[in-house]
Design a protein around this ligand. Sequence first.
Ligand code: HDL
Ligand code: ZN
Length: 425
Amino acid sequence: MKKDGTAGSKGPYGRDNIEALREAVAAVVARTPITDIHTHLFAPPFGGLLLYGVDELITYHYCIAEALRASDVPYDTFWNMDKRGQADLIWKELFIDRSPVSESCRGVLTALDKLGLDVASRDLAAYRAYFADADLAAHIDNVFACAGLTSVVMTNDPFDETERPVWERGFEGDERFRAALRIDPLLLDWKNTAPRLQGWGYDADAMLSPNARAEVRRFLSDWIKKTKSLYMAVSLPPTFAYPSDTEYSTLLDECVVPVAQEHNVPFAMMIGVKRNVNPGIRLAGDGVGQGDVGAVERLCAAYPDAKFMVTMLSRENQHELCVAGRKFRNLFLFGCWWFLNDPSLIEEITRMRLELLGLSVLPQHSDARVLEQVVYKWSHSRTIIAKVLADKYADLAGTGWTIDEAEIERDVARLFGGNFWNFIA
Ligand code: HDL
Ligand code: ZN
């Protein structure tokens, strides 16, 4: 019932019907479609870059890290196995010889279960047959429907030898797969990147002369247009410092921020990854370190008209990042990234964010690398976000405040994508 007594959304909910309130929140969260703003998924025209199926799920680098802890298989032996062989080893070590209690392992099972497979059977052959028979286009539709996704944002790397030709050749887009321009090599490996830019016709000398800066701006602008990127992004080490006597600091000031403003796109910084802590386990070998939120504050203060999206990898950075979010309206906080994408930490961080920042954040992104991961990552996160949001509404009800279903739908739509689309508008 609407406040004016007209028929319409259910409610109001208040201190006298808290259980009904919790049920309403769970139902709204379960059905609200999501924009997944950071993934490593690819639209079908990118071919094999779009990973899917149970062997890809099981050989997710998160599972590889855990399996290479559990097993004493020599790294080289593991890496010499084919994908199926690696999956068989991981399945045995993490699912059969031990209960798959880790978030990465449970996720595999949630995805299989939500797709209608019989998890209790533990029949890996049957799971493989299901995916082998899948028609990819129909499977993508089914996965998006299962996960409740409207669209995902890809991670598009112009420096990737497999991906770049697809953009250069052009393709029929799929509006469910939006682009984000990823520029780590430009910012973090300038010495080796400058000659590559030159090879592509951008006169970018390694000394970063004024002309080189102009050419980097042209490169970024060209690729934002080519990809129709919604934002530019980089992942940064814990040592990220701004301002600093580094090429990346100069490139931020002279190239990235000006071009971001010219195209009215945010710049996303994902801070705190220590690359190749253990190179022997390859993509699984990255670690985490505490970063300097001061660098984020100084960037936001230096460029009040630019838009910055930030997620940090260290649990220890989360509170100070929330406080920084209170100081800067051009700082958009998103996701429980990577090693934080676990139920206990998603809950802790989401509570902290709602208590300090209200409904002004995007609580989650999936970071999915394998198509079906969106099914489990969003199923798990919806459950936790619903629980936290219901608690916060219950706290409000305790003051005598009431809320109706339309307001819950409004709030959840913001958290599940609306805040992002408003921020980039
Ligand atoms: O840098 C990133 O975007 C990270 O998300 C890495 O890709 C990482 O390997 C990952 O997949 N984390 O979830
Ligand atoms: Zn990522």
